[in-house]
Design a protein around this ligand. Structure first.
Ligand SMILES: [Zn+2]
Length: 280
């Protein structure tokens, strides 16, 4: 057990690290929506004491590790009928606008773990059923037929705030609801460095070149198994010319313009925009 105050909050583990308690956290999903507790307008993760007497069937129960000394479990709810008024199912994007950083990160971890199990039910080599590896220290799925082993994998994606003078590059993605503006993002290709990916994505999507690419931060991104690696960069060369497929419109926006159209959330894209607002 290595929980150290606010230095190491989460201890990943396959087997329970602490004695089972009524205060243990339960991250339960149904159709990719998380079961949350509504408590005086605050959204919270249910503890065992909240769900113990609910008559629900949970499958795929996984031990995630411990947060601040409390065990964390995740699983999926089978039941179709739900009439508990103190609870609500929220998707993670909605959750990101209402909860604190730790709750959001833990919920993403839970979703990533369940997604990994869903996406790896069968062996990628021989097609046989995969089984949980019997080990107290390693989280893995193994094929009993051919021995293929798979571990939870993370696909990196980059996200970048590009500035030009006192303006920020924002783009409208075709797939975003309501055509919201956002910073540029995209998946890292095989064998690509993050810096190469930043240059390529910005060039592909809006036709400009960037310089001074700097690491900003990262965030698990469970859609279904990614991590966002965030950067800042400066305009180098070129005119905005959107690809017309993924991006329908892009432009340089001032701080004042952004303040009038921006919805704060726990997503790292939102943090990049906050960084711009605070520093420009
Ligand atoms: Zn196999």
């Amino acid at each position: 057990m290595i929980y150290v105050d606010d230095y190491i909050l989460f201890e990943p583990s396959v087997k329970p690290l602490y004695k089972k308690s009524n205060k243990d956290y339960w991250f339960l999903f149904k159709d990719n929506k998380l079961l949350t507790l509504k408590n005086e307008n605050q959204v919270q993760i249910p503890r065992w004491e909240h769900i113990d007497d609910l008559n629900i069937s949970i499958y795929n129960i996984q031990y995630m590790g411990a947060f601040c000394g409390y065990n964390c479990y995740c699983g999926e709810i089978v039941d179709d009928i739900w009439d508990e008024e103190n609870f609500a199912f929220l998707d993670l994007k909605t959750l990101s606008k209402t909860v604190d950083e730790n709750t959001y990160t833990l919920s993403s971890k839970a979703n990533l773990l369940l997604n990994w199990l869903k996406l790896n039910q069968y062996c990628g080599v021989c097609g046989s059923k995969m089984h949980k590896k019997d080990s107290s220290s390693e989280r893995a799925l193994v094929c009993f037929k051919c021995g293929n082993t798979t571990w939870p994998r993370t696909s990196p994606a980059i996200i970048v705030a590009v500035t030009k003078g006192d303006k920020l590059l924002l783009a409208q993605n075709r797939q975003f609801p309501n055509r919201l503006y956002s910073v540029i993002a995209g998946f890292v290709e095989y064998g690509e460095t993050f810096e190469e990916c930043v240059k390529r994505e910005v060039y592909e999507e809006v036709g400009i070149k960037v310089k001074n690419i700097k690491y900003f931060g990262s965030q698990p991104w469970p859609y279904p198994n990614s991590i966002m690696i965030a950067f800042t960069a400066e305009y180098l060369d070129g005119e905005i010319n959107v690809d017309g497929e993924e991006i329908v419109h892009a432009d340089w926006f001032s701080k004042e313009e952004i303040l009038g159209m921006y919805n704060k959330s726990r997503s790292i894209g939102s943090k990049l925009i906050e960084w711009f607002i605070e520093n420009y």
